[in-house]
Ligand binder design. Structure first.
Ligand code: THU
Length: 139
């Protein structure tokens, strides 16, 4: 693990330790590096009204936006085991993807896999669709 990845891992681990996951008992942390170079972390925040809970990735993205950044370069997700982000979080990451976004899926021992966001969310719906410039292959 290089220093950049170790930084994401450490920040995700710290955030995971602060997760509010009393219902699922499945704490998750996420840390992302934005285009400015700043790292933002988040944890899942559950609620007694279950559907209101938010994922660690969403929480890290909110921290990024509040911090003044708008582009994700890489994001590491750390769960009790290696987990893939839910569909909603993939879409939220996609909103702030300008080029290649690398998604690392890690477990507590530091085992890690590396994916492109475009691999996790092919044919994403994005702003270009709203502008009528979507490049969708015809039937
Ligand atoms: N969760 C995340 O925070 N990130 C993921 O990538 C998958 C799931 C959370 C949501 C919920 O608080 C708990 O893990 C169990 O689903």
């Amino acid at each position: 693990m290089n220093d950049f990845l170790a930084e994401l891992f450490d920040r995700a681990k710290q955030a995971r330790g602060r997760a509010h996951a009393p219902y699922s008992r499945f704490p998750v942390g996420a840390a992302l590096r934005a285009a400015s170079g700043a790292v933002y972390a988040g944890a899942n925040v559950e609620n007694a009204a279950y559907p209101l809970g938010i994922c660690a990735e969403t929480s890290a993205i909110a921290a990024m936006v509040a911090g003044g950044d708008r582009e994700i370069l890489e994001i590491l997700v750390l769960g009790p085991k290696r987990i893939a982000p839910c569909g909603a979080c993939r879409q939220r990451m996609s909103e702030f993807a300008k080029g290649l976004v690398v998604v690392y899926l890690a477990d507590e021992s530091g085992n890690c896999s590396r994916h492109a966001l475009s691999e996790l969310l092919p044919h994403a719906f994005g702003p270009e669709a709203l502008n009528g410039n979507a490049d969708v292959e015809k039937c």
